[in-house]
Design a protein around this ligand. Structure first.
Ligand code: ADP
Length: 460
């Protein structure tokens, strides 16, 4: 508004002057056309008069002899200089009483422009003269208009401007208040939720109903909160699992060792039975610790992937041999359906993945169930599938089974060798291979764990 006001004050005079000049040219053209017409009628004269009246101009037309032939009414009134004494250069005269002087000036300088000053108001005025030639005679058109807006006109404009400025400022203040409130409200709300989060309250909800950028930010923060909450749960699970999983076998080992010392030391049968428990528990501890260190090494990127050509059929057969004891024990029907194919991968690590998939399939299948291991060689990839018709996994649990220490059934019998790390290790290995992997599973129907080793791998 300040800039507008400044421009208004600075530009009003030059703009007005320019407008006057254009008006004078326009009126002169209209009257010239009128005089050049052969049959001038009353309508034409009226419309010429109207342009003069409505435009702050006074006019007069003389013939060659200095006789006024047209002196229309005007809106200038007292301001009109045509009947007053004016000074042009060193010549002082009254146009109406001495028209020949003016005609002379026009003849010398056609069209004639001169700025004069009104003696009464001091306003700068334009005096314009033009010779209009027709077939019959020559005429002289003389026009007079102020070149500056009168003070009252400027005052009027400035007053209007001030009112307008006040209304605009008022409206903008109200708008700014509402906008600021609407923008800052969700941000303040989000800040409060962030404080809650900082104090470990994962129930913080950022969701707002504001404009799209804030909504995006809120949903990103909600996502982050959900992930943080998961990490927190995992951390709790980790502590719970580790302390439980390590403490239980340690208690068993201690108890059985005491039993051997106090009771069964002299009874070889009982002693062996108790020693077997101690060995089994130690093996579990050993597996847990090596799984944990394997995973942390994989996740910290300490272990390198040493790719080489791997005969997949041989690889699967080796894993099956390793697990043959468990297969026989559970009386599971194991079907191996492998294409002859070679993958470019880290043999030990890929065997570990197949081992984890297959041992899970065995763990979570009932006796006499059926398990299939498939290796299919396609154009772009080698796909390995381990299919069982065992327990299956619920839809809710599916996204989490690849997380470390995640067990669907938290109370699952510990003796089945469940550390909750098998799939996390498989995931880390497969991601290091940039392989695709996944699982399809339905509760009580069975699961299919799969991965695909791409044939166009990139050299790391
Ligand atoms: P765990 O040592 O407990 O088997 P994993 O990381 O190998 O740990 O698996 C995580 C969880 O995923 C398991 O606790 C189990 O509930 C579920 N799971 C894995 N494989 C299967 C399967 N073939 N069938 C049913 N559930 C499975």
């Amino acid at each position: 508004m300040l800039l507008l006001g400044f421009l208004l004050v600075v530009l009003i005079k030059p703009y007005y002057r320019n407008d006057r000049m254009n008006t004078i040219d326009m009126i002169s053209e209209t009257i010239e056309k009128l005089l050049l017409k052969n049959d001038v009628n009353n309508n034409d004269i009226e419309s010429a008069a109207r342009t003069i009246i409505g435009n702050n101009v006074c006019a007069i037309i003389y013939n060659e002899n200095g006789k006024s032939i047209y002196y229309p009414p005007d809106s200038l009134g007292e301001l009109c200089m045509l009947d007053k004494k004016i000074t042009v250069g060193d010549l002082s005269y009254n146009i109406k009483s001495e028209p020949e002087k003016m005609i002379e000036l026009i003849k010398n300088d056609n069209p004639f422009y001169e700025t004069i000053y009104s003696q009464y108001t001091g306003i700068e005025m334009l005096l314009y003269g033009k010779q209009l030639k027709t077939n019959l005679a020559n005429y002289y058109l003389i026009l007079n208009t102020p070149l500056e807006p009168v003070e009252s006109y400027i005052d009027f404009i400035m007053n209007q401007y001030l009112y307008l400025a006040m209304i605009v400022i008022l409206i903008s203040l109200v708008l700014a208040f509402f906008l600021a409130k609407n923008i800052s409200k969700p941000i303040i709300q989000m800040k409060n939720e962030a404080n809650k989060l900082a104090q470990g309250d994962y129930d913080a909800k950022f969701e707002t109903n504001s404009f799209s950028e804030i909504n995006d930010l809120a949903s990103t923060l909600d996502d982050a909160t959900e992930k943080l909450s998961k990490v927190n749960d995992l951390r709790k699970d980790l502590i719970a699992n580790v302390s439980h999983d390590i403490k239980t076998p340690l208690t068993m080992i201690k108890a059985y060792a005491e039993m051997i010392k106090d009771i069964s030391g002299d009874d070889p049968l009982k002693r062996n039975e108790h020693l077997d428990v101690i060995i089994q528990e130690s093996e579990y501890l050993d597996k847990l610790v090596s799984d944990m260190s394997e995973l942390s090494k994989l996740q910290s990127g300490v272990i390198e992937i040493n790719r080489d050509n791997v005969d997949m059929k041989e690889c699967v057969e080796r894993v099956v041999t390793l697990l043959s004891h468990a297969v026989e024990e559970k009386k599971v029907k194991l079907i191996v359906d492998c294409d002859d194919c070679v993958a470019y991968a880290d043999e030990i690590k890929i065997s570990q993945v197949i081992y984890n998939f297959l041992s899970n399939a065995l763990k979570y299948s009932d006796e006499n169930a059926e398990i299939t291991v498939k290796v299919k060689d396609s154009e772009n990839a080698i796909r390995v599938e381990v299919i069982d018709n065992g327990n299956g996994i619920s839809k809710e649990a599916l996204p989490y089974i690849w997380d470390r220490y995640y067990k669907v059934d938290k109370n699952f019998n510990r003796s089945v060798n469940s550390t909750g790390l098998g799939l996390a290790i498989a995931k880390a290995i497969l991601e290091a291979h940039k392989a695709k992997y996944g699982v399809e599973s339905e509760l009580d129907k069975g699961s299919t764990f799969w991965f695909e080793l791409s044939k166009d791998y990139e050299e790391e």
